[in-house]
Design a protein around this ligand. Structure first.
Ligand SMILES: Cc1ncc(C[n+]2csc(CCOP(=O)(O)OP(=O)(O)O)c2C)c(N)n1
Ligand SMILES: [Mg+2]
Length: 342
C-alpha cells in the first residue's frame, strides 16, 4: 500500500466519500478549486512578466492544506515555507490579499513587504512562512511549547517538504517536541522533489517518516491527493494532540504539477522533467478525484461545477485587477514593520 503511493500510475480513481457530510464536501471542493485557480493566475501573471519575484506553486497539492485546516482553530499556530500559498488560503481564502502581497502592494497580507514567500495572517492562525528551508520548524515547536505552558489546547502546525527533512534543525525539533511532549503536528508534503532532485538521489528511502520512528513519534503515511483521507486522519491526530498526546508526523505523498519555481512544467531548475510522470500524476488530481466521487454519488453535477468554475474565474479577475491598481507601500513605511508593529 505505502509503496504503491509512490507509483504515479496508482491512486487515480475517485476517492471514497461514504458517510461524509455533503455540505462539507462542497465547501472542500470549492476551496480546492479556488486555491488552484489563484495559483494558476499567479502562474499566468508570472509568465507574462506581471510579477517581479519568483512564485513557488503548489498546484496539485491542494488536498493537503485543505484537509488539515478543516481541523484547525483560529488560535492554532501554523507555519509554512517557500511554497505556502495553499497553507495560508486554506485558513483564509482571501486571494485578493495574496495577489496584492505578491505584487508588493500595501494592501497585501504582509503590507506588500514579504511577497510570495513571507506570508503572514496571525488572526487566522497563519504565523508565517519563509524561504529558508526548514526555517519555521523550530518556531512551530516554540509556539506549541507556549500553548502548552499556557494550558491552552492550541497546537502548532509545521508544513515541511521532503527536502526540508534533510535539514538538521528538523531532527532537533522532532527530538525536542517528543521529549517535551509538545502539541505540534509536522506535516511532511512529500512531493518527491527538492528543487530538481528526486528523493531517490537524496535519501536511502522514499519515505521520510523513518525519522518519526527514530524519535518515537506516532506517524502515518497517506495519499496526500485524497482530501477525505487527509482530513480524517489529521482529525484523529489533532484531537489526541489537544488532549496531551504530544507530537505527531503526517507524511502525505503528493506531486507538484509545475517545476520548482514559476510556471513551467517541462523544466525544473534547468533540468528537464518527465512529461510521462507529470501526465500520470495529473491523473491523480485531488480535485478531479473528489469531484468525480461527488458526481457518481449524485450530490454534484458537471453543470454545477462549470458554474462554480466560472464564478471563481470572475472573482479572481476582479481581485487581480484591483490588486494591480493598488498602491505600493510608502517609502517612509519601509522600516516601520520590519521587527514589530510599532
Ligand atoms: C536553508 C536553505 N537551503 C537551500 C535552499 C534552496 N532551496 C529552496 S527550496 C529547496 C527545496 C525544498 O524542497 P522541499 O522541502 O521538498 O519542498 P518543495 O519545494 O518540494 O515544496 C531548496 C534546496 C533554501 N531556500 N534554504
Ligand atoms: Mg519536495
Amino acid at each position: 500500500m505505502i509503496n504503491n503511493l509512490f507509483n504515479p500510475t496508482q491512486f487515480q480513481d475517485p476517492i471514497s466519500i461514504e458517510g461524509q457530510d455533503v455540505k462539507i464536501l462542497k465547501k472542500t471542493l470549492h476551496l480546492m478549486i479556488l486555491i488552484r485557480k489563484t495559483e494558476q493566475q499567479l502562474a499566468y501573471a508570472r509568465k507574462n512578466g506581471l510579477i517581479g519575484g519568483p512564485v513557488h506553486l503548489g498546484v496539485g497539492q491542494e488536498a493537503i492544506a485543505v484537509g488539515i485546516s478543516q481541523n484547525l482553530k483560529k488560535t492554532d499556530r501554523v507555519f509554512g515555507g517557500h511554497r505556502s500559498h495553499s497553507h495560508l488560503l486554506a485558513l483564509n481564502p482571501d486571494f485578493y490579499k495574496l495577489f496584492a502581497e505578491v505584487l508588493g502592494k500595501e494592501t497585501g497580507f504582509s503590507k506588500g513587504m514579504g511577497g510570495s514567500m513571507h506570508l503572514f495572517d496571525q488572526s487566522n492562525g497563519f504565523y508565517g512562512s519563509t524561504p529558508i528551508v526548514a526555517g519555521t520548524v523550530s518556531l512551530a515547536v516554540g509556539a506549541a511549547m507556549a500553548a502548552k505552558m499556557q494550558n491552552l489546547t492550541d497546537i502548532g502546525v509545521s508544513y515541511i517538504g521532503d527536502g526540508a527533512v534533510e535539514e538538521g534543525i528538523v531532527h532537533e525539533c522532532f527530538n525536542l517536541a517528543k521529549v517535551l511532549k509538545l502539541p505540534v503536528l509536522f506535516v511532511i508534503e512529500n512531493n518527491l522533489f527538492a528543487s530538481h532532485m528526486h528523493i531517490s538521489l537524496r535519501q536511502p528511502s522514499e519515505t521520510t517518516s523513518r525519522f518519526a520512528d527514530a524519535n518515537h513519534i506516532p506517524y502515518k503515511i497517506l495519499d496526500g491527493n485524497d482530501v477525505v483521507v487527509v482530513a480524517q486522519n489529521s482529525e484523529e491526530l489533532i484531537q489526541s494532540m489537544r488532549n496531551g498526546a504530544g507530537p505527531a508526523i503526517l507524511e502525505l505523498v503528493t506531486y507538484r504539477w509545475y517545476g520548482h519555481v514559476d510556471w513551467r512544467e517541462d523544466i525544473d531548475v534547468g533540468v528537464a522533467r518527465s512529461m510521462e510522470d507529470i501526465k500520470n500524476w495529473k491523473a491523480r488530481d485531488p480535485i478531479h478525484r473528489l469531484s468525480q466521487s461527488m458526481i457518481h454519488s449524485k450530490i454534484w453535477t458537471k453543470e454545477e461545477e462549470s458554474e462554480l468554475s466560472n464564478k471563481i474565474d470572475t472573482e479572481i479577475q476582479i481581485a487581480w485587477d484591483k490588486a494591480m491598481n493598488d498602491p505600493y507601500p510608502s517609502k517612509d513605511s519601509i522600516l516601520k514593520f520590519v521587527y514589530s508593529n510599532n
